[in-house]
Design a protein around this ligand. Structure first.
Ligand SMILES: [Zn+2]
Length: 321
């Protein structure tokens, strides 16, 4: 255990060099066309370079020859420059090269004059995001939280992620403090568009379980789109199916205000607090408490510093109760 990382690296980053030259004209992007009518769907891995589970899931689909039976499927290693620098001795270092690639999806940044590794790659991939009808963006988290599907909360997203039916928790809303995530890039966040993006947080970045969850989310996504059969799903799934999904609405995102912030406990995420007033954290001597009963803590970030989001709070969606 190093001073900077308390989480063991149980996963091995797959060698993706063979995937560099694809058939799309964009490095590390491949499209498989069934030749039959159907969805134009995409699966993203490693928009954050140190989140290995997405690379493992896409590598699995490629090696196991899992191909769409209708429509076309595009798979992408989104930030290969960051991913290729991954070093298990310093696993936290390679989230990005120049900047967080999941904050740049605003017209100002994409059309602006800044030139970072992540912006250049975002601009290269943009024609895909302007075209695909469905997108699954695979991520992982800093703590041993159970997996979560994150969406805006638009009706089209709620319907689609319920169809995917995995993992067990769907959290709607943003709660973040700066920039826009890819799933917030138009047209995905436009209620009038029928294109849909969702983001899955599969578990701790380097926990073996997060790779299993990433593979199964990708399979259930393809099955929900009727692009692989139930038999293919059953033959390849690594974890048990989910009986029923829970939907929660993110109501708050908390950004740290002082240099003296700490969590009340070593929360891992998805803890539920029955009563309002439960202490989540202390910031500059002030207790930060749950604002309502039956509050769920989502994605506590124990590495966040002043100005950054430390956690989100969510409440169970009416429809799910
Ligand atoms: Zn991520």
């Amino acid at each position: 255990m190093s001073a900077t990382n308390a989480y063991p690296v149980e996963l091995e980053a797959p060698d993706i060099s063979a995937y560099r030259t694809g058939n799309t004209g964009i490095d590390y992007v491949h499209t498989f066309d069934s030749g039959k009518p159907g969805p134009d769907a995409m699966i993203n891995a490693v928009i954050h370079g140190n989140e290995l589970c997405g690379a493992i899931a896409v590598d699995y689909l490629m090696k196991q020859d899992i191909r769409p039976t209708r429509g076309k499927l595009t798979v992408a290693f989104v930030n290969p420059e960051a991913y290729l620098r991954f070093d298990p001795a310093h696993p936290t270092k390679t989230r990005f090269v120049d900047e967080d690639m999941n904050r740049v999806w605003t017209p100002e940044r994409l059309n602006g004059s800044d030139s970072t590794v992540e912006l250049r790659r975002a601009r290269e991939l943009l024609p895909l995001y302007d075209r695909v009808e469905r997108l699954l963006d695979i991520h992982s988290m800093g703590t041993y939280s159970d997996p979560i599907m994150l969406i805006h909360g638009l009706e089209k997203e709620r319907r689609f992620t319920r169809q995917i039916g995995y993992p067990a928790m769907i959290a709607c809303g943003s709660g973040h403090v700066e920039g826009l995530r890819l799933i917030e890039y138009a047209p995905f966040n436009d209620p009038a568009s029928d294109r849909i993006a969702c983001l899955v947080e599969c578990g701790q970045h380097w926990a073996k379980s997060s790779a299993d969850v990433a593979i199964d989310t990708a399979l259930q996504y393809l099955h929900a789109l009727d692009m692989i059969s139930a038999e293919t799903l059953a033959a390849h799934r690594h974890t048990a199916p989910v009986e029923a999904v829970t939907v929660a609405d993110v109501t708050h995102g908390y950004a740290i205000r002082t240099d003296d912030f700490f969590f009340a406990e070593n929360f891992k995420g998805l803890e539920r607090f029955n009563k309002a007033g439960a202490v989540i954290a202390v910031d500059g001597g002030e207790e930060i408490v749950t604002p309502y009963d039956d509050c769920i803590l989502v994605m506590p970030n124990h590495r966040a510093v002043k100005g950054q989001r430390a956690f989100r709070l969510a409440r169970l969606s009416e429809a799910a109760v």
